[in-house]
Design a protein. Structure first.
Length: 194
């Protein structure tokens, strides 16, 4: 009886390798990415793509590896392929990461637009809120510098500067209690603690 169970278990394990393989490759790719082994991660993600399971998530991870390698065009092209996918988490991640990439490139208006898109998908995400403000500040600082010495017209965001400032002020007021609560530091009771 034990012999039949062993044979059945072995055949089940080997027959299900085709189902498990793409996920195993993604896990190995994620592990390689976390260790900074980007070339190995790319190979693992391409292995997973051959099985045609969870392609948008694999492409999202592949775009992240390209970004980590400094391959901005490849990252943007890969993320563009999945930007309109149905999964909100993927769309948020793509918009957020494109915003980070544009910010690093100094394209603050594009970064601002991407972070706003990410914020519409996940309104409670604190990192997206902070990055919207940072991109807006850099964008307006660049516009002010352009006004001092006009040359080329910078690319404009989807909204006017006044409307963007109003949105940011509204966000600050809504989250004001949370910011104040985290800034307060209580003094220890009973004097010195040494």
């Amino acid at each position: 009886m034990a012999k039949y169970i062993l044979i059945l278990t072995t055949s089940l394990v080997f027959s299900s390798c085709g189902v498990v393989e793409p996920y195993w490759s993604v896990l190995r790719g994620n592990h390689s990415f976390s260790r900074g082994e980007y070339q190995t991660a790319i190979v693992r993600y391409f292995e997973a793509l051959e099985h045609e399971h969870s392609i948008p998530w694999i492409l999202y991870n592949l775009g992240n590896v390209y970004h980590a390698l400094g391959e901005t065009e490849a990252a943007l092209r890969t993320w563009h392929d999945i930007a309109e996918f149905d999964d909100i988490q993927i769309r948020f991640g793509v918009s957020f990461n494109r915003g980070v990439l544009f910010f690093e490139m100094g394209r603050y208006a594009d970064a601002y637009a991407e972070f706003r898109r990410a914020l519409r998908l996940a309104p409670q995400d604190l990192d997206a809120k902070i990055n919207v403000e940072l991109a807006f500040q850099r964008m307006t600082a660049g516009e002010q510098a352009q006004a001092v010495r006009p040359s080329e017209t910078p690319s404009r965001p989807e909204v006017s500067g006044e409307e963007a400032a109003r949105i940011l002020e509204y966000m600050r007021r809504r989250e004001g209690r949370q910011w104040i609560a985290t800034d307060a530091i209580e003094e220890p009771v009973g004097g010195n603690d040494w």
